[in-house]
Design a protein around this ligand. Structure first.
Ligand code: HDE
Length: 706
């Protein structure tokens, strides 16, 4: 009956429980054919319903080892959540090389076109706790673990290419300021509060990042529609040890898309798991999310000539200045078997670096290299977290490190040190001076100082460049976001100080925000440490809307139906959306669905109360006259339509839906984004329009902030 408890050392992504089942004694089964429930020690359990007690109403006995083990294990189920990026969601996939980079790096993963390397990716928000809502205004983490043949390479990036601070020593302050305030423990997953803006307005280096976090980049529609960036400058090393600077970029094949802020607020209520559900659904439906990996390569001459310091993580290098070279694609094609075992226990470390890639001296990156290992040891309970399957390399691991909590792969044999004289057979591993990881042979000199380089002093030029690269509607969103956030700040001087900083970016923006806050006087600009460059050209790559997908692929149409609705229109919508690579979901007054005029019942995915239009990229109302009369009394239906209109979505509707449009207050404002559906041709016209995703020209008419 004893169960074999040995856990095989090799990790291949299988869950631990699956491993425990491998090679054990033959499974025992109950008389009914279920596997027999056992304790963690493999002892069969006879009664899992009541603990052992003295008499049916008496006290419990200490002897109940099954109860004790079960409750103790439960009590220890939680591990500390990540200090930042606590809320996250991961998936497995592969990276495939499409262009070999052997001209600049010996990194094994970049040598053979067509070769696939397994990856695990975890997306996250930064500020919120593990249970917070997905649509917080926040940076998204985009962390990729490549299980290469020469060890794990972790590219621990974000969906924004710059960061708030220049030196890692400021990270605890930044994070403390954005997290819930320590006395009141709120607000959760929100930067809209005094401490954050107090810190930010006193840290001009954060202004470029603030432009990004106040833009729609911080409220993505889906992880699938986000870019990813390595942020820091790294180095590639060739066989001679020569270095080329490199920045990494991920671009989603489905294009970029974000939601509106008012929509984000409502999504958080309707479906706090909006992003994780989206990723889960896409992968389990076989619509695998895909990104392309690009590199920006440059040398010392470029670095010297560039307007800013390439080691400063608050700066990016515009694509127009150093073009992107496409090197591969990444496909996420497998959800996790178990969230905790994989997504929660995955331990990314920026210092997980492979031969052929190296760090630059970016002071933020250098600090991160120190921090991540420390945090994983604390979070996962000891130095053996690399034995956990999700973290274990998929290549041979040979060293003399040993013991510690939960050691599962202690080396065999007598020798646990080197040099040793036990020979090749018994002596264990040795360093490889040719293939082993080598750092860039770089000359460094200087006094030991605590200082910021003067080349890091320009804080506003790229903030301005980002702002002027946006379309007018995106600029409006930035102003609106600043007004929203600062309106939640209770202390007037913090609001004013922030506006004073904004004046160094763009006077019109500062004026709009001042007006939105109702400031009676424009605060004097805070003198910048270095005069901003005001003639940097706009970079189209920085705008989401200039890079819209122009297609509905991967998006979702919500169709509200009632009994006696038109089946031909519903069928045409279904067919058209599928052909476009999108998904259609039926919403109805009852979850059981609605019977269309051909007598066929269409089950609903959502009851109208649980399926507000914020969950969809576009909506259609295929209702009958009776159905409309019923729904006219319904608040959620009114909100469904009014919100879709207010969020600038495309709306298809049958004539019978007119009373509903009236009730929602939009009947007199119908525009080219509202398409009447009578024939199948109308449906085609409607579907053709959907690739535009939003009718932004509507926004100034429906939003006072404009
Ligand atoms: Fe992180 N960061 N970070 N960070 N970071 C963590 O590691 C840290 C920074 C990023 O899905 C922590 O496992 C310092 C920049 C991602 O598991 C911690 C500094 C960028 C994730 C940590 C930074 C990131 C983390 C918390 C300033 C974008 C989630 C738990 C120098 C390039 C990874 C953990 C995952 C997580 C430290 C700044 C991205 C504490 C000290 C810049 C995507 O180690």
């Amino acid at each position: 009956m004893a169960k074999k408890t040995k856990v095989p050392p090799q990790a291949d992504g299988d869950s631990v429980s699956a491993k425990l089942d491998d090679g054990g004694a033959p499974h025992q089964t109950t008389d009914e054919g279920y596997p027999t429930l056992t304790t963690a020690q493999g002892i069969p359990v006879s009664d899992d319903q009541s603990h052992l007690r003295i008499g049916p109403r008496g006290p419990m006995t200490m002897e109940d080892f099954h109860f004790r083990e079960k409750i103790f294990h439960f009590d220890h189920e939680r591990i500390p959540e990540r200090v930042v990026h606590a809320r996250g969601y991961g998936a497995h996939g592969f990276f495939e090389l499409t262009d070999d980079l052997s001209d600049v790096t010996i990194a094994d993963i970049f040598q053979r076109v067509g070769e696939q390397t397994p990856v695990f990716v975890r997306f996250s928000t930064v500020a919120g706790s593990k249970g917070s809502a997905d649509l917080a205004r926040d940076v998204r983490g985009f962390a990729t673990k490549f299980y290469t043949k020469e060890g794990n390479w972790d590219l621990v990036g974000n969906n924004i290419p710059v960061f708030f601070i220049q030196d890692a020593i400021k990270f605890p302050d930044l994070v403390h300021s954005v997290k819930p305030e320590p006395d009141r423990a709120f607000p959760q997953a929100a930067s809209a509060h005094d401490n954050f803006w107090d810190f930010i307005s006193l840290s001009p280096e954060s202004m470029h990042m603030i432009m990004w976090t106040m833009s729609d980049r911080a409220i993505p529609r889906s992880f699938r529609f986000m870019e990813g960036f390595g942020v820091h400058t790294f180095k590639f090393l060739d066989a001679d040890g020569a270095a080329t600077f490199v920045k990494f970029h991920w671009k989603p094949v489905l294009g970029l898309q974000s939601v509106a802020w008012n929509e984000a607020v409502k999504i958080n209520g309707a479906d706090p798991d909006f992003h994780r559900r989206d990723l889960w659904d896409a992968i389990t439906m076989g619509d695998f999310p895909e990104w392309e990996l690009f590199v920006q390569l440059f040398d010392d001459d470029f670095a010297d000539a560039f307007e800013f310091d390439v080691l400063d993580a608050t700066k990016l290098i515009p694509e127009e200045q150093v073009p992107l070279r496409k090197v591969g694609r990444m496909v996420l094609d497998r959800v996790v078997d178990n969230f905790f075992a994989e997504t929660e226990q995955v331990a990314f470390c920026t210092q997980n670096m492979v031969p052929g890639i190296d760090f630059s001296d970016d002071p933020l990156l250098q600090g991160r290299n120190f921090s991540y290992l420390d945090t994983q040891i604390k979070r996962l309970g000891g130095p053996n977290f690399t034995h956990i399957p999700i973290n274990a390399p998929r290549c041979p691991v040979m060293h003399f490190q040993q013991d510690g909590h939960m050691a599962m792969t202690n080396p065999k044999g007598r020798v646990n040190y080197e040099p040793n004289g036990w020979g090749v057979e018994l002596g264990g591993p040795r360093e490889d001076r040719v293939r082993g990881f080598r750092s860039h042979d770089q000359e460094v000199q200087g006094a030991k100082v605590r200082a910021r380089s003067e080349t890091f002093a320009d804080h506003f030029s790229q903030a301005r460049q980002f702002f002027i690269s946006q379309t007018p509607i995106e600029q409006k969103h930035i102003a609106d976001a600043l007004v929203f956030e600062l309106s939640k700040v209770e202390t007037p001087r913090i609001r004013e100080r922030t506006v004073a900083q904004l004046r160094n970016i763009d006077e019109d923006l500062a004026a709009k925000v001042a007006d939105g806050l109702g400031l009676t006087e424009m605060p004097a600009a805070i003198a910048p440490a270095s005069a901003p460059i005001t003639d940097l050209p706009p970079s189209d790559a920085l705008s989401i809307l200039k890079n819209g997908p122009g297609k509905f692929k991967g998006r979702k149409l919500g169709v509200l139906i009632t009994d006696d609705g038109d089946p031909y229109l519903v069928a045409a919508l279904q067919e058209g959306v599928m052909a476009a690579g999108g998904v259609m979901e039926i919403i109805a007054p009852k979850i059981g669905g609605a019977t269309l005029s051909d007598g066929v019942l269409h089950p609903a995915k959502q009851k109208i109360d649980g399926g507000p239009s914020v969950l969809y990229d576009a909506v259609a109302l295929i209702v009958s006259e009776d159905g409309a009369a019923l729904l006219q009394k319904d608040g959620p239906t009114r909100d469904f339509i009014a919100d879709a209109f207010g969020h600038c979505k495309f709306i298809g509707y049958t004539v019978a839906a007119t009373p509903l449009l009236e009730k929602a207050g939009i009947a007199d404002s119908l525009d080219r984004g509202c398409v009447e559906l009578e024939t199948v041709d109308d449906v085609t016209e409607f579907l053709d329009a959907l690739g535009e995703l939003r009718l932004w020209e509507r926004e100034p008419l429906v939003d006072l902030d404009a």
